[in-house]
Design a protein around this ligand. Structure first.
Ligand SMILES: Cc1ncc(COP(=O)(O)O)c(C=O)c1O
Length: 483
């Protein structure tokens, strides 16, 4: 090993640890801006990227300078006034599995290439299946293949997970699609507010985006079951076959849940594949108080669940779960003889069932969130975030110059400032000007064709007083915004 590099290692590792620690602590204490955006050229210059690219780090101090400049140019998710996108605020020590993985580099999709990561993935999948009532073993360490067991795997993100689940739905109704191409009579029904990764998956699968049939939603963008029934009969009358029905748990924009129980009954009646996109909100399964929102989720044939949204796991880490294990096994029948075994081997390979070939040690990241604080802390965290959205809704109800269109069911809430200009452009301008101050980071979206401000209350230390202060900041910025 290059000795200079070895010296770097010895001299800098502890210091990088300190730099990261102070980054987290300062953010938690609300010191500095949540986000201060700079032009990319300025960032590259500040990082001294061009000279480092050519010659590499020469001194330990250069490494530290790089780390500190890099951290300055991040969106500070550890800041309690971060309430933006649905990206986990990790525990300060959540990065350790990424560090281990970055050193050992054991992709866990092939068991012999990452036994520890693969075993933890299997263990955590059992825990998730158990939450759905799809696990038949006695212990999560019971890796025997029970015929009635569900199955699942971890994958890099909800979009890949939706693709994986929809591909399995197609393999169930039209197994010949793998070799002969997709039949043209297949359609997928789902709320018009389905995440774009659903329509994208359908196009990637060669079905054409028109194969996604949007079902009408109510004024809060929740799927209307009678319209699902109507859409179904219309497609059948047109000679189509329904490959799957998709439901949101919860919707990306509003955080509201589709009526899973009734949709599940509908799918059962017509023998249709039921896919639940629980990327954000499947986590309600963990809470006795909040699980009412996912009533009927176990009626699904497939479910996706992002751990890098509400489980404090750093991106990316998503579970794709199947009630019937054979749906996973039959998904991709294509064989790569150098990796897939025809005889029994030690452990389990997820590679035959994933879109990815090589994947990170995702099970380790997911497991770590529990190892750090235990299961109850995660439940408390979810309940805190969900309740805070309720409290924020009540607070908004008391303001004459703000309005929220619905009572939240998760930790996401859309709202509008109506004290000045009612146009959509004004809400957008408000949001841009607010985040430019660095005081808060929030997002914006359309609900029922109207532009709203949007918070995702995802930081464990965000409290109601932060939201009171958010409303005050918006008011004072609104004075100056002109569109
Ligand atoms: C309902 C829903 N599904 C899927 C996704 C995509 O997940 P990912 O960003 O992990 O690809 C999102 C992301 O916000 C989502 O909200």
């Amino acid at each position: 090993m290059n000795t200079i590099k070895k010296d770097f290692w010895n001299a800098t590792v502890a210091k990088i640890g300190n730099a990261l620690n102070s980054y987290v602590v300062r953010s938690q204490k609300e010191e500095g801006p949540v986000l201060q955006q700079q032009d990319p050229t300025q960032i590259i210059k500040a990082l001294k990227a061009e000279s480092l690219f050519k010659s590499g780090f020469q001194k330990a101090s250069e490494v530290l300078e790089f780390v500190s400049t890099y951290l300055d140019n991040t969106n500070h998710l550890h800041h309690p006034r971060y309430m933006g996108h649905q990206v986990a605020v990790p525990h300060p020590f959540s990065g350790i599995p990424d560090w281990i993985h970055g050193t050992a580099n054991n992709p866990s999709s092939l068991y012999e290439m990452g036994p520890a990561g693969g075993a933890l993935e299997g263990f955590m999948i059992h825990w998730m299946l158990d939450k759905l009532g799809w696990f038949q073993g006695k212990e999560y360490t019971d890796f025997k293949k029970y015929p009635n067991n569900g199955s699942g795997l971890l994958t890099h993100g909800g979009s890949v997970a939706n693709l994986t689940a929809l591909s399995a739905a197609r393999a169930a109704i039209a197994p010949e699609a793998w070799t002969e191409g997709s039949p043209t009579d297949l359609v997928v029904l789902g709320p018009s507010t389905s995440h774009y990764s659903i329509a994208r998956a359908i196009s990637i699968m060669g079905m054409g985006s028109q194969a996604f049939v949007p079902v009408a939603v109510d004024h809060n963008e929740v799927l209307l079951v009678p319209d699902l029934e109507r859409a179904y009969h219309k497609q059948i009358a047109n000679g189509k076959r329904v490959m799957a029905v998709v439901a949101n748990a919860c919707a990306t924009s509003t955080g509201l849940y589709d009526p899973l129980d009734s949709i599940g009954d509908f799918c059962k009646k017509h023998q249709l594949w039921f896919h639940v996109d629980g990327a954000h909100g499947a986590v309600a399964l963990l809470s006795e108080r909040e699980k009412k929102h996912v009533k009927g989720i176990e009626k699904a044939d497939s479910l996706i669940w992002d751990a890098h949204k509400m489980m404090r796991v750093p991106a990316l880490c998503t579970a794709v779960l199947f009630k019937n294990q054979y749906h996973q096994f039959n998904n991709f029948t294509q064989k790569g003889s150098y990796v897939f075994h025809s005889t029994e081997v030690v452990g389990m390979d997820s590679m035959p069932y994933t879109v990815e070939c090589t994947k990170s040690a995702l099970g380790t990241k997911l497991f770590w969130t529990f190892a750090l604080e235990g299961e109850q802390k995660l439940i408390d965290y979810v309940e805190h975030c969900y309740k805070l959205a309720q409290d924020f809704y009540k607070l908004i109800e008391k303001q004459s110059d703000f309005v929220a269109p619905y009572q939240p069911q998760s930790n996401i809430l859309c709202f509008r400032y109506q004290g000045k200009d009612l146009s959509d452009a004004f809400q957008l301008a408000l949001r841009y000007q607010l985040i430019a101050t660095g005081t808060f980071y929030i997002t914006s979206c359309e609900v029922n064709n109207q532009r709203y401000l949007r918070v995702v209350l995802i930081h464990p230390d965000t409290q109601l007083h932060h939201l009171e202060s958010l409303l005050d900041h918006i008011r004072s910025i609104a004075e100056k915004v002109v569109v």
